[in-house]
Design a protein around this ligand. Structure first.
Ligand code: PMP
Length: 391
């Protein structure tokens, strides 16, 4: 059966060029980067090269990159590390209502321990306003965290403006750039940010590997305690093949950036146009201006039916999509992101996220639209909501 993967924001396949560079680090070059003999030093050099590759994608210095086990760990490190390091300065953190659960659940934990969290609202396209941020800052604020790109609706936040507001008040600024890396330009110096969370598996690198950009001289406590790896800030023997893979994926993402963005955004625009034209009662959620949206992201509401039913029936045709974010796909709780942009619960339940990537083709899109028309038509015929509406 034909297989069409339209869930590149959940994860991406490891590219062959990336895997080829990783494999020798499982076998021949297996030395511990902390060992002082030659094969250890070779591994250390591979880690340093990967730092250069990741740093180069975001215009950082290699010494400002720390490898972690992924975006979740990086988010946790920033929030708990800053809360701990600056507890004598204040107990107030500002974030947004549409962050990933790696951030929101960490904030909820801090609330149980006496911290106060402000969750900034967003407008109907998911944008945070710098004015709202400025009003929320108090003399107890120790951290502002706003994601660069939203994982459900693709909104690209005005991070440079938001970071400038935090800086004006002497507050540290973090951005979760897991969905932004390789998809929107990132220049940490120009953006004026202190911390950036990164993940490898969204850019055709291996899973379980990520990074944290930490501006030189910034104050944060350690999060993983143990050995002296990562300048003693993040202990544990390095995931050498993972790090090499992340570095290789970052280098490739930099090289292919323009082509990748053009390919994804043109297929995404075609997908959205076809769905809206061919299937009635459908709505495109999130920013309408493509330049302020993740190039591969489409989020569509199909009125009167359940997104989960669409997902399961598409799966029968070999098509993979998601409802809300993959991390919460096992719960039927309405998406907190779609709620925050003001979509009513009944419409949230009919929403599906489709994300295209480097291996998506126009034929794939035509196949998906054809099957969607069929599935949505059938589901609407039998939908109880139709009965209630007197259809
Ligand atoms: N933040 C965002 C915005 C994400 O989309 C994800 C992955 N779904 C994460 C953090 C977590 O990253 P990881 O899977 O590498 O832990």
């Amino acid at each position: 059966m034909k297989q069409v993967y339209l869930d590149y924001s959940a994860t991406t396949p490891v590219k062959k060029e990336v895997l080829d560079q990783m494999i020798p680090y499982y076998t021949e070059h297996f030395g511990n980067p902390s060992s002082l003999y030659s094969i250890g030093l070779e591994s250390k050099e591979a880690v340093n090269k990967a730092k250069e590759q990741v740093a180069s994608l975001i215009n950082a210095d290699p010494g400002e990159i720390y490898f972690t086990a992924g975006g979740t760990e990086s988010d946790n490190w920033v929030i708990f590390g800053v809360a701990d390091a600056l507890k004598n300065k204040g107990n107030h953190i500002i974030t947004t209502q549409i962050e990933h659960h790696a951030m929101l659940h960490s904030c909820e934990h801090l609330e149980k321990h006496g911290y106060e969290i402000t969750y900034l609202p967003v407008n109907e396209e998911g944008f945070v306003s710098p004015e709202d941020l400025e009003k929320a800052i108090t003399d107890k604020t120790i951290l502002v965290s706003v994601m660069l790109v939203n994982n459900e609706i693709g909104t690209v936040q005005p991070i440079k403006e938001l970071a400038a507001v935090a800086k004006k008040h002497g507050v540290l600024f973090h951005t979760d750039a897991v969905q932004g890396l390789g998809n929107v330009p990132i220049d940490v110096k120009d953006m004026g940010v202190d911390f950036v969370s990164l993940s490898s598996h969204k850019i055709y690198g291996p899973k379980g590997e990520g990074g944290l950009y930490m501006r030189k001289g910034v104050k944060i406590s350690n999060f993983v305690f143990g050995g002296a790896q990562e300048k003693g800030k993040r202990a544990g023997t390095e995931n050498l093949p993972g790090i090499v893979g992340f570095g290789a994926a970052a280098e490739l993402a930099k090289k292919n950036f323009d082509e990748h963005v053009k390919h994804c955004s043109s297929l995404r625009d075609y997908l959205v146009e076809q769905i809206l034209e061919k299937i009635p009662d459908t709505y495109y959620n999130g920013p309408k201006d493509s330049s302020k949206r993740h190039p591969g992201n489409a989020n569509i509401t199909f009125e009167y039916i359940e997104g989960e039913s669409i997902l399961l029936l598409l799966d029968q045709f070999g098509i993979s999509v998601s409802t809300g974010s993959a991390c919460s796909s096992k719960s039927l709780k309405p998406s907190h992101v779609l709620s925050a942009i003001g979509i009513p619960v009944t419409k949230i339940h009919g929403s599906v996220r489709l994300t295209v990537g480097d291996f998506t083709t126009k034929e794939d899109i035509d196949y998906v639209v054809e099957k969607l028309e069929l599935i949505v038509g059938r589901l609407r015929e039998i939908s109880s909501v139709n009965v209630e509406k007197g259809w």
